[in-house]
Design a protein around this ligand. Sequence first.
Ligand code: 5CA
Ligand code: ZN
Length: 409
Amino acid sequence: MHAWPASEVPALPGKGRDLQIHDSATRGTITLAPGPVARIYVCGITPYDATHIGHAATYNAFDLVQRVWLDTKRQVHYVQNVTDVDDPLLERALRDGQDWTELAERETALFREDMTALRMLPPQHYIGAVEAIPGIVPLVERLRDAGAAYELEGDVYFSVEADPHFGGVSHLDAEAMRLLSAERGGDPDRPGKKNPLDPMLWMAARPGEPSWDGGSLGRGRPGWHIECVAIALDHLGMGFDIQGGGSDLAFPHHEMGASHAQALTGEFPMAKAYVHAGMVALHGEKMSKSKGNLVFVSALRRSGVDPAAIRLALLSHHYRADWEWTDEILAEAVARLERWRAAVSRPDGIAADALVEEVREALANDLDAPAALAAVDRWVERQIATDGDDESAPGLVSRTVDALLGVAL
Ligand code: 5CA
Ligand code: ZN
């Protein structure tokens, strides 16, 4: 699939800092020191009800990762998927009496528009589950032939017991895993499974549902976790720097993905860091498609909200925090954007070299965007209150805010 156009990232004087980031697997903050090409896989949308503010907040976090790496003069190899066939998508299409491919295409197009408007840097490889099927089938065959997978009434399941490290990404106890498995696409109560948590790798064709040639697996469609593993291994290989997503992906999705990859390669885990963004809520509950309590980026844009203000609203929360979207948060972001624009529209001002370093330091410190905003706020206050004569300052601040925070002033 094609992704979306990249906005320019201005180069800043000096050099950025290496990223320290919280890793769910080691449950601590680690310093990532990628080679000249940093590699990141971010789980993409299941294309319906896109793009809500929760999605946008999560992609914002990983956009910051890219910007920190680019500022260290590295290249970034970024891969994202689109889960363009899966139970929830098919269920939504059926509910609304529409063709599932049209639903997926329309929502993916809307997501691209929203990402472009929010100045999120695009992945170099934007890959749909459907187009990944030819690469998924041989992986499932290999897992089966290695004894890490088994068949149940034509479906193929991964055996979590095949991975001695299973549990090492999310660190949950058995009961929590079982509950989350049932909530998030698993089928712990299906009779005949070796372990209730075993996830499906390949689902045999069901009447009335789309299916593809699965070679020795028979016709069917891929499971969710193997989709991301196949795409990540194909485009990034083992040991890439970050796998990212919201905290609701830690289990089962990233846990199972790491186990699939372990069974395939003998290495664990697949990524050097498992990075999880907090959940955005609305009216006291996690913003989710199933509850329907959603605020859409496209609806805000249509109502005239500047995408830069949406971005500032996202940035005003630490990516790991759970937080609630409110009208006040957006209003504050709109006001902040106005103040910042007024400050940089002056012909000269207060020297900003220290500000560049403060923003760099904040982001390198586990993507502390609120600290970065506070640093810019301090410069803006001084800029408005004092009569500086540094002619390069307003431009430098604009470029810093653009390059590191993705906000166009
Ligand atoms: N297609 C899969 C990943 S392979 C998927 O989870 N799709 S999704 O559309 O449900 O979610 C896309 C991304 O948005 C995921 O990283 C998910 O964790 C994140 N996300 C979903 N809801 C929220 C929310 N309320 N707050 C923050 N992030 C969220
Ligand atoms: Zn994924």
